[in-house]
Ligand binder design. Sequence first.
Ligand code: C5P
Length: 411
Amino acid sequence: MFVVVGVSGGIAAYKTVQLVRALVGGGHEVHVVPTEDALRFVGTATWEAVSRHPVTTSVHEDVAEVRHVALGTRADLVIVAPATANTLAKMAGGIADNLLGVTLLATTAPVVVAPAMHTAMWEHAATQENIATLRARGVHVVGPADGPLTGGDSGPGRMAEPDEIAAAALAVIQEADAAAAPASPAAQDLAGLTVAVSTGGTREPIDPVRFLGNRSSGRQGAEVALAAADRGATVRLVAAHVDEGVLAAAERHPLIDVVRLSTAAELETAMTDAAASADVVVMVAAVADFRVAEVSHEKIRKENGAAHLDLVENPDILAGLVAARRPGQTVVGFAAETARDDAELRERGMRKRARKGVDLLAVNRVDWDAGFEAADNAVLLIDGTDAVVAEAAGSKRAVADALWDAVLALR
Ligand code: C5P
């Protein structure tokens, strides 16, 4: 989900850092829009680091991209935390003298505000009228809580806690989705199938504190598992290392059994075990191709001279699963490739599909800044006849559903 977090100038801005982290950890693309005043409390560098996106307060940057309108129109959700009395007043009046104000006017997404101010300011008739105006327009108000304030006194005005704001915001989105969604639940077209899915990036230890790893967030594999379970399949999700929060929904799902592990060798054992009773196997995990020949049981120290690592090749787990395939079992692989254009991507995908011997290969383009941590993905699905059976782009969930459609069509 594309979330804009507006931050206005209150001391509670430091708590919003935690809110942004939680949202990013939950797989959302978060863009922070602070006001000039907010930057006195928490600076640009912090917002950029936690949101992993550039931050600006100005409507005059990126004018070519019409950033001031783009943020608002792309947003699925806008949260303003902390919302000061001043920012609430501007919102009520439709004043757009900074990037946050413009974004709020340009958006049609649900808006959640978390007010934070001194009790006297909160109770002032002006603020209360502004809040009433905003509520009447459908803005959701979280808090403020009653408790100790920065000045040493106590009363209503404390910003709600970050997890409370995140939960309220996500509930607002779920409500909006439920209202927009058709009344029937997901089709149970995978009911009766047992599915094994791997996800995340393996880590190969070097010494007790170091490892060889990769940038996989585990999101795409988690969505493949969730989509299958929502469509009625019984799922074993074998997860190597994933970003914070990525497995939360899968762990709560009654049809998903999550197994966590670390190395390629462990993943091979767990997937071989899961595949033995699976109708469909999907290898989404980014498996390290090499491991360190001899893991040092002591920390390698630079005093011991120039570092040199001997690597040995890991087994190709997917190839092993294809070789051991049960009758009627469908095996699906993923491939992340760098490619200059779609033609090269397709060409590489076809070659890899043939080499791996899988029934279906989902190939996606990766680059320094594309493919891994993002909430969205774009894949070509290539089958055993070298046909591109689908081109799926959008949220990782949409890509997962397209993958299951293709698997069903194959079976
Ligand atoms: O060859 P490449 O790493 O691009 O292949 C990607 C596919 O192969 C993915 O489905 C991945 O999970 C799987 N793989 C594997 N074992 C390896 C390397 C990749 O199963 N050692």
